[in-house]
Design a protein. Sequence first.
Length: 69
Amino acid sequence: MSILQSIARELYGLFVDDGSLALAILVLMGAIAVLRVTLPLSPDVIGPAIFIGCAAILVENVLRRARRR
């Protein structure tokens, strides 16, 4: 059983290296999806919102990691 757990952890690590980064991006995507359904937003608004949101999350994550070291 420990071999299966080890394999599962390795697979998880391949796709999710930083859990807080992944969670923040999932929350961003969920929020944008809810806004897209509830408000008549065009793709011209959604695209830049996704880009700016992901860039802001990435910058915050990098700065937080840099402060730790």
